[in-house]
Design a binder for this molecule. Structure first.
Ligand SMILES: C[S@@+](CC[C@H](N)C(=O)[O-])C[C@H]1O[C@@H](n2cnc3c(N)ncnc32)[C@H](O)[C@@H]1O
Length: 429
């Protein structure tokens, strides 16, 4: 029997690619038995050996050890699950879990659970506090402490912090429709790589010509929630501002004089200012000025920021108004755009740079050729579905940044472990 987009008769039933293409037949066909046995039994002994090498009580304060153990634990789950179980996890458990968490988050279930030090609460008590009658869905994320009685975990307590919790409603309301419609969009467009920022998968799914930022900011509270989500994304991960990552004194602030009016750091597309505030906190005596730029709707939403940091509304697709800064910094900005838009953003910066003095600092993922971290590959999928863009490899970055029309050269790349964003430093050619 041919495996087609549709039913056993080979007719397309509307659930497969809508371009009418037939999925190629597998020869010889795969037997169902394979789907009911562990995905990779052969790998299990080696993974267990690896896990046991961490010892009986590994030091979880050492982040590298923790992440190494976590990666092995994930390998073990992947190897032990049957393909059928993995399929059910992807198709039911993950979207179901996401949906349940988002609904409970919107309702305030996690805030109520975290009250009074996270004491156990009966469902009836939670429902009466919320003046509703929720069915609480537990998938291991809240503790079942009795019949119809629950207590929060550290995960659900953390969801009450907006920079952790707000990602759920924001992506549920302003992003995931694009993931659901992505297969349909790709089939309609013959699987061409999306690069159109006004007519890509996002615009198809949301029936708009706006990009995701515009859509979310005009559909509040999605925009505010997205700004919070950005604040949470890089929390607790190594940063280029940490000691031993990038030589800040030598390569950034050392060249700016004490009484200098020079802009030392311009955070372009810096959201509510979490990065530049961190820089200010780590280097309170850095000379020169600190400037935060973003769209008006974002800058005007800032509630708290050290007055030393100048807030500036600016569209980075237009001429950069701050001339001759020591560094123009962009974190998670270029990955939101396909190459032709990035070229425009970079040209606006290059036009403002002072030769021999100004730099561009780009804080982004550099996807390795093998064994990319799951967070970076997940982000890559988000970039293509939401922005017609992508995460970039080292050669992608060289091709983009050193393109003749951009006029930049990469003078150094600072990286730590896989999965942590690198810092790419550029100067004028
Ligand atoms: C993915 S977020 C990254 C924010 C911040 N740099 C960070 O790392 O958390 C991209 C940022 O670009 C801003 N942005 C989008 N389009 C812009 C434009 N045309 N001009 C200036 N900023 C823009 C968004 O408002 C958002 O804050």
């Amino acid at each position: 029997m041919a495996v087609t987009n549709g039913n056993a008769n080979g007719t397309v039933n509307g659930h497969g690619p809508s371009n009418g293409a037939t999925v190629p037949e597998v020869n010889p066909p795969i037997d169902i038995g394979i789907a009911l046995r562990p995905c990779d039994s052969d790998a299990v002994p080696e993974i267990l050996k690896n896990i046991s090498s961490f010892g009986k009580s590994p030091s979880l304060d050492n982040d590298n050890a923790r992440l190494g153990l976590l990666a092995k634990a994930r390998d073990l789950v992947r190897a032990l699950e049957t393909p059928r179980e993995t399929m059910i996890k992807h198709c039911w458990a993950q979207p179901g879990c996401y949906t349940a968490i988002t609904s409970c988050y919107n309702l305030g279930v996690f805030s109520v659970l975290a009250n009074d030090g996270g004491s156990s609460k009966r469902v009836t008590e939670i429902a009466s506090t919320l003046k509703t009658n929720p069915e609480v869905l537990a998938m291991g994320y809240i503790k079942e402490t009795g019949v119809d009685e629950y207590a929060p975990t550290n995960f659900t307590k953390s969801l009450t912090i907006p920079i952790i919790g707000d990602g759920y409603p924001c992506l549920a309301g302003g992003a995931h429709e694009s993931c659901s419609k992505f297969p349909e969009y790709m089939a309609k467009n013959n699987y061409a790589t999306p690069t159109d920022v006004a007519a890509g998968p996002y615009q198809y799914a949301f029936n708009t010509t706006m990009n995701m930022f515009e859509y979310m900011q005009t559909h509040q509270p999605l925009g505010t929630q997205f700004n919070h989500h950005m604040g949470g994304y890089s929390q607790g991960r190594p940063s280029w501002m940490d000691a031993g990552f990038y030589p800040i004194e030598e390569r950034l602030i050392g060249a700016v004089g004490g009484s200098d009016d020079t802009a030392t750091l311009v955070d372009v597309g810096g959201s509510l200012g979490h990065d530049i505030a961190k820089f200010n906190k780590k280097y309170p005596n850095a000379p020169g000025r600190l400037i935060l730029q973003d769209l008006p709707v974002v800058i005007n939403a800032i509630q708290e920021l050290d007055p030393k940091i100048k807030r500036m509304t600016h569209d980075f697709l237009t001429e950069q108004p701050v001339k001759g800064a020591r560094a123009y910094y962009m974190h998670s900005v270029l990955h939101d755009w396909p190459d032709h838009v990035c070229t425009n953003i970079l040209k606006q910066l290059a036009g403002a740079m002072k030769p021999g003095f100004s730099k561009i600092l780009i804080n982004e993922n550099i996807i390795p050729d093998r064994d990319a971290d799951w967070q970076a590959t997940a982000l890559d999928m988000m970039m293509i579905t939401l922005f017609s863009s992508k995460e970039r490899t080292k050669s992608d970055w060289y091709r983009l940044l050193e393109a003749p029309e951009v006029g930049l050269k990469i003078v150094g790349i600072w990286s730590v472990d896989n999965g942590v964003e690198s810092l790419i430093e550029c100067e004028l050619k």
